[in-house]
Design a protein around this ligand. Structure first.
Ligand SMILES: Cc1cc2nc3c(=O)[nH]c(=O)nc-3n(C[C@H](O)[C@H](O)[C@H](O)COP(=O)(O)O)c2cc1C
Length: 435
């Protein structure tokens, strides 16, 4: 789906805020988006660019579920099913994202935002990066990219990502940075599936898409995206990247990262630039949510009846996992903890709850821990495991960390007081209160 059509729909529903006054791409747009989060905002007039900018479109699970026309609790099964039943997208000869093929490359014409005063430069933060490898075929990843010239950027490539593998293997890799995507592409790109799976097939299973061949590189790209930056990333050519805010809302260090030479820019005639605030809600939901089905699957594989999983926002939507199970055997809690760590290797702390606990409610989760957890029996510590490079408290360089599982499920046999919350009588208030 074309992003602009979805934006129009949000405007008709009265959900979109429109800023008509001229605004700067340097700090002002990011400031307004942060202040209005999670309200979607369209910026009609930019001081430095001819293009419009939109942001805060998909900050919550509800906003993403609304796009698909499903309930938020249907997101995990929907995504799990799309990963399993992926299908090749239809190929289109002409595509909206190639309505305009720029004759020269000048990144200064684009509304590449300066998000924060501490940033090393203007950054693209919402790009879905299409790349390919002769053995594995196509892959989709997210990579932030800092502008360092008229036609050069520097790309943050975390080791272990498929794109990192492609770069290590091939030295130079052709890419298409696709900006302005709807959730089937965004969510699919954020999944971590085995190398060799083209995530565009997951996107197509979520909601049918069309793909088209990029103009100057041999890659199939989402036909409906707004902008495409085609070019090549060089593993050995390095440039300082950062500082920039990462997922944990802390400031990332400056590293020497691979350079991206932009060779061609294509876009829709009335293209809209998609902004995405680093470390904020949209970044968090896109990082965390695609890990929930894999946690679900790994807990289920251990023979536990798993009811729901949540990568919780308070844990930067990355480091903390809550799992809801129907406990049938005394070691189900421990098995669920092990499954969750296997399903999300970056997780640092995992909590397991019974079916009566609302895992989206912080207070209920704390209540379960307060009334059902015993430190000597229900705490599972895994010392010195590889964790997340995003965790400022993990060992720098090695990302070694201590992982802890908290089994907050009640004992199957009650020996003393019961574990259930006592119910108060249910009354029809209309019988007792005046209007
Ligand atoms: C909004 C967003 C920004 C991201 N930025 C980066 C980044 O700059 N560098 C990086 O290596 N990974 C980044 N990631 C994470 C990966 O691209 C993502 O987890 C990817 O799905 C890994 O897929 P893979 O297993 O196919 O490599 C980002 C993810 C999201 C959702």
């Amino acid at each position: 789906m074309i992003l602009e059509d979805y934006i129009k729909k949000l405007a008709t529903q009265g959900i979109l805020k429109t800023v008509r006054k001229p605004i700067s791409k340097d700090l002002e747009i990011a400031g307004v988006l942060k202040a209005l989060e999670p309200t979607p905002v369209l910026f009609q007039s930019l001081k430095e660019s001819a293009y419009r900018v939109v942001g805060n479109l998909f900050c919550t699970k509800t906003q993403i579920a609304d796009y698909f026309g499903i309930r938020p609790d249907q997101m995990i099964p929907t995504l799990a099913s799309a990963i399993e039943h992926r299908s090749p997208p239809e190929k289109a000869k002409t595509a909206p994202c190639q309505e305009v093929v720029e004759s020269t490359v000048d990144l200064n014409q684009l509304p590449i935002l300066m998000h924060n005063v501490i940033d090393g430069g203007p950054y693209i933060s919402s790009a879905v990066v299409v790349s390919a490898d002769p053995q594995y075929g196509q892959n989709l990843d997210f990579h932030r990219a800092m502008q360092i010239g008229k036609n050069h950027m520097v790309v943050r490539v975390v080791s272990g990502r498929d794109f990192h593998k492609f770069l290590e293997k091939n030295g130079e890799v052709d890419v298409a940075f696709c900006i302005g995507n709807t959730p089937e592409v965004l969510v699919a790109a954020a999944t971590s599936v085995e190398t060799g799976v083209d995530e565009l097939h997951i996107a197509n299973a979520l909601k049918p898409i069309k793909v088209t061949k990029a103009k100057s590189v041999d890659l199939m790209i989402p036909a409906d995206c707004e902008f495409v930056l085609e070019g090549r990333v060089f593993q050995k050519e390095r440039h300082s990247e950062g500082p920039f805010i990462d997922l944990t809302e802390t400031v990332d260090v400056v590293r020497q990262e691979p350079v991206f030479e932009v060779k061609k820019i294509t876009h829709r005639k009335t293209a809209i630039w998609q902004a995405l605030l680093p470390g904020r809600l949209e970044h968090k939901i896109l990082m965390g949510m695609p890990r929930e089905p894999t946690v679900y699957k790994k807990v289920k594989e251990r023979g536990v009846e798993v009811l729901d999983t949540s990568i919780t926002p308070g844990g930067a939507s990355w480091l903390h996992v809550a799992v809801k199970i129907r406990k049938k055997s005394p070691d189900d809690g421990l098995k669920a903890i092990e499954g969750a760590f296997a399903g999300h290797t970056s997780a640092k702390h995992v909590w397991v709850y019974d079916e009566d606990i609302d895992i989206y409610n912080e207070q209920e989760r704390e209540w379960a821990m307060a009334t059902r957890f015993q430190g000597d029996k229900s705490l599972h510590v895994k010392a010195r495991e590889p964790g997340s490079s995003l965790d400022p408290s993990a060992e720098p360089g090695t990302k070694m960390t201590t992982k802890i599982g908290f089994d907050c499920t009640k004992a199957l046999e009650t020996k003393g007081k019961g574990f259930e919350k006592a119910e108060f009588p249910k009354v029809d208030l209309k019988r007792f209160l005046e209007d």
